[in-house]
Design a protein around this ligand. Structure first.
Ligand code: IMP
Ligand code: MG
Length: 185
């Protein structure tokens, strides 16, 4: 399909059109603030960032570099989405190969929608005996929340609309957009 030509700030991914929600500058500013907050929170500790793939890899990469101090990173792949709707199931597609016992964990999510992914994953982490768990999500949709999840830091709260960019995709596309775009309905 040919890219949609205009208006110039619209983006077409597959069959859907998106409009800008947060600019690259606004995203970078907010992520720096979150990095500074975590740097204070984990002063003299060596936290393990756990990035939930695929969506959170962009956010985690910036957040780590905005973290002032020693830290490690690990990746886990969970999956619950197909297209623009949650499939209702959470699968672990790839696990962590690290010992989490007595570690300070910072779980990094791209977006908390229903909260199902995080709820499921936090249960799993708690059973591994970490010293502490903190959750950081780039975006959060408060209206969509259906599971009781602890979110310690959220970049932005947004409406219950489908978004792409900064790691978030629609059927594989849009992850490389440096800002965030919202679906036109
Ligand atoms: P939850 O388990 O319902 O909270 O959904 C979390 C996962 O669904 C996220 O990690 C995303 O991969 C995906 N997701 C939820 N909302 C969106 C969206 O608006 N755009 C792209 N992916 C989304
Ligand atoms: Mg996704």
């Amino acid at each position: 399909m040919q890219p949609y030509a205009h208006p110039s700030d619209h983006i077409q991914l597959h069959d859907l059109l998106f409009v800008p929600l947060f600019s690259e500058a606004k995203v970078r500013e907010r992520v720096r603030e979150l990095g500074a907050t975590l740097s204070q929170q984990y002063h003299n500790k060596t936290p393990l960032f756990i990035s939930i793939l695929s969506g959170a890899f962009v956010f985690a990469s910036d957040l780590m570099r905005d973290f002032d101090g020693n830290c490690e990173v690990g990746f886990v792949k969970l999956s619950s989405y197909t297209g623009t709707q949650s499939s209702g199931r959470v699968q672990t597609v790839m696990g962590l190969e690290k010992d989490l016992k007595d570690r300070h964990l910072i779980v990094v999510e791209d977006i908390v929608d229903t909260g199902r992914t995080l709820h499921f994953f936090l249960d799993h982490l708690r059973s591994q005996g970490p010293a502490s768990i903190c959750t950081v999500t780039f975006l959060r949709k408060p209206e969509a929340l259906a599971f009781p999840v602890q979110v310690d830091h959220a970049g932005f709260d947004i409406e219950n609309r489908f978004v792409v960019g900064y790691g978030l995709d629609y059927e594989g596309l849009g992850r490389n957009l440096p800002g965030v775009y919202q679906l036109i309905e």
